[in-house]
Design a protein. Structure first.
Length: 103
């Protein structure tokens, strides 16, 4: 079943931005929204995560949990989603420090 997804891709290569616009609508610079199947969502995310490099990418999509959505991140970032008793919270890394775990 198709569901709406949102991808934020900051400081990523132009070819990745072009690939995302094949499936999603770029509603503002670096913010993509669309309705795709879970398989297409996962394939898109694999491509995004592989190409993010020093940039930052975030995927938000509906899920059957208490919050109603899940978050995936890739690249260098200060904000890190963490699982806290089934709830996703955002932890902040100190400036210049990266966290190792990726959801």
């Amino acid at each position: 079943m198709a569901s709406m997804i949102t991808i934020s891709a900051t400081a990523v290569p132009d070819h990745l931005r072009g690939a995302l616009t094949r499936w999603l609508l770029e509603v503002t610079p670096e913010l993509y929204v669309g309705t795709v199947s879970a398989r297409v969502r996962d394939e898109l995310w694999e491509a995004v995560a592989a190409c993010t490099g020093d940039g930052l990418s975030v995927l938000v999509y509906p899920s059957d949990n208490e919050q109603g959505f899940e978050i995936r991140t890739a690249g260098n970032r200060r904000r890190q989603p963490i699982d806290f008793d089934g709830m996703t919270l955002i932890a902040f890394a100190a400036v210049g420090q990266q966290t190792a775990k990726t959801l």
